[in-house]
Design a protein around this ligand. Structure first.
Ligand code: SAH
Length: 342
């Protein structure tokens, strides 16, 4: 059992330690990213006893540091599964990209995480463990604790709803590492019922929606989920989210040659973003070996951005990190799995 799956009260109830301040010592040790055996405030015998029964779920097994200061991480889970993450430093703090599932069942045409389908959901503690194990690198490659999170690693967060919501509560809890929910972005391919549920549950995170197309026909070619929900249904859910939370909607838009960067796309984006605050994050396509889609050039991207601005649509091109260390989504895990096959 992974102790990070438990909040403070659950930990106290489950372990029933005496004296009771031991729970506090254990909890703060865990929140500092320590393994059970390393929590020196606890007596050795207790550490051994707990260590035999419990784990902390996640261990960093590889880290690649880029010239730009970003880091790509491979984590091993208790059952041997491998997931990956990206750490990105900024002037105002730093962001960790968190995975929510091993693999993914959404099958988007450009994404490496879905190759091989969904293996399993991550637990809330396995998501928290990613953040704590990277914070632990502080003093090494990390200057200070992570301030921002994006749920943009492998997996579809809203396809693992309950665990993701528990993780959001754990990671933003005042007696934990207390990352502000305003600094957390949840990215979804657009599961509309769940977007409404997230709004109703009042989590207050920023919602990013992977749009990637302006017509249902093109979106269906890129994202199987578009067979279930039309763009207008996704936009309705986005407006619902804004109305409930007051948070502007971020649309993610990976630019793909011949698919989505036409003049008419600009016109349709104008319609899609009309009447509520939103922002478009343009993404340079990361080429994935197994996929056969082509990105656009820098100058095509800039022309598209200029046309959006001319229509007064809020948009930026997302800064790309770690191109020297396999920046593309799911690339590092795939190359790790391939190397194990040989
Ligand atoms: N399942 C979530 C999180 C996915 S990863 C979602 O669909 O939003 C975060 C973003 O990266 C998504 O917008 C996703 O569509 C995009 N993405 C995935 N693979 C990509 C690639 N090879 N190039 C560019 N963007 C990619």
């Amino acid at each position: 059992m992974n102790l990070l799956d438990l909040d403070f009260d659950e930990l106290a109830l489950t372990l029933d330690l005496s004296p009771s301040y031991r729970v506090k010592q254990l909890y703060s040790g865990l929140q500092a990213g320590l393994k059970i055996q390393e929590i020196s405030a606890l007596p050795l015998a207790l550490r051994q006893e707990l260590g035999e029964k419990y784990t902390v779920g996640v261990e960093i097994i590889e880290k690649l540091v880029s010239v730009d200061g970003s880091m790509k991480l491979l984590y091993r889970l208790d059952d041997g599964n491998i997931i990956e993450g990206v750490f990105m430093p900024h002037d105002y703090g730093s962001t960790l990209c968190v995975s929510t599932q091993v693999g993914c069942r959404m099958g988007c045409a450009f994404c490496a995480s879905g190759i091989g389908g969904l293996v399993r959901n991550l637990t809330s503690g396995e998501m928290l463990g990613q953040v704590l194990s990277v914070n632990r690198l502080k003093g090494g490659p990390l200057e200070r604790n992570i301030t921002n999170l994006v749920l943009m690693g492998s997996g579809e967060p809203l396809d693992n709803y309950d665990n993701v919501v528990k993780f959001l509560r754990l990671v933003s809890s005042e007696d934990g590492i207390n990352i502000s929910r305003r600094n957390i972005s949840l990215s979804t391919c657009g599961l509309t019922d769940r977007i409404r549920q997230l709004a109703d549950d009042g989590l207050g995170v920023t919602l990013s929606i992977s749009l990637h197309a302006t017509t249902d026909e093109i979106r269906r070619q890129l994202m199987p989920i578009a067979n279930k929900y039309s763009i207008s249904e996704v936009v309705d859910a986005a407006k619902y989210y804004f109305n409930k939370t007051g948070r502007r909607i971020i649309y993610e838009y990976s630019m793909i040659k011949g698919k989505n960067i036409d003049y008419f796309d600009v016109k349709r984006l104008k319609e899609i973003t009309k009447g509520y605050p939103s922002h478009i994050n343009l993404i340079m396509l990361n080429p994935v070996k197994e996929k056969h889609l082509e990105g656009c050039t820098k100058s095509e991207a800039e022309r598209f951005l200029g046309r959006l601005h001319a229509e007064k649509i809020s948009a930026t091109i997302r800064k790309s990190f770690g191109s020297d260390i396999m920046g593309a989504c799911g690339q590092l895990r795939r190359s790790y799995l391939d190397s194990k096959k040989e």
